[in-house]
Unconditional design. Structure first.
Length: 87
């Protein structure tokens, strides 16, 4: 799944909904964040809640091609290892 733009308070619910629909159909879901250049606290919370929800449904959610800004944010919050980031 390729995401674009920003994951913020305004878009977090959409992100969560779209990913949730896919987690019921897959055992592994790669979320490409190469085109996501900004995540606010609501977006970060939504990504984390989506990860937990996917795990409960038996789906591994992995963030791939994470934009450097978002990678720095995940590192700062000590969440980088949780999401098993790929390149």
């Amino acid at each position: 799944m390729l995401c674009r733009g920003r994951i913020t308070l305004e878009t977090a619910a959409r992100f969560r909904s779209e990913v949730k629909d896919l987690t019921t159909q897959h055992k592994l879901l790669l979320v490409d964040l190469s085109a996501v250049h900004f995540v606010d606290s609501a977006g970060l919370g939504s990504i984390f809640a989506t990860y937990i929800s996917a795990k409960r449904q038996g789906c591994d959610l992995m963030l791939v091609n994470v934009h450097p800004y978002v990678r720095d944010l995940l590192n700062t919050c000590n969440l980088d290892a949780v999401f098993k980031q790929g390149k």
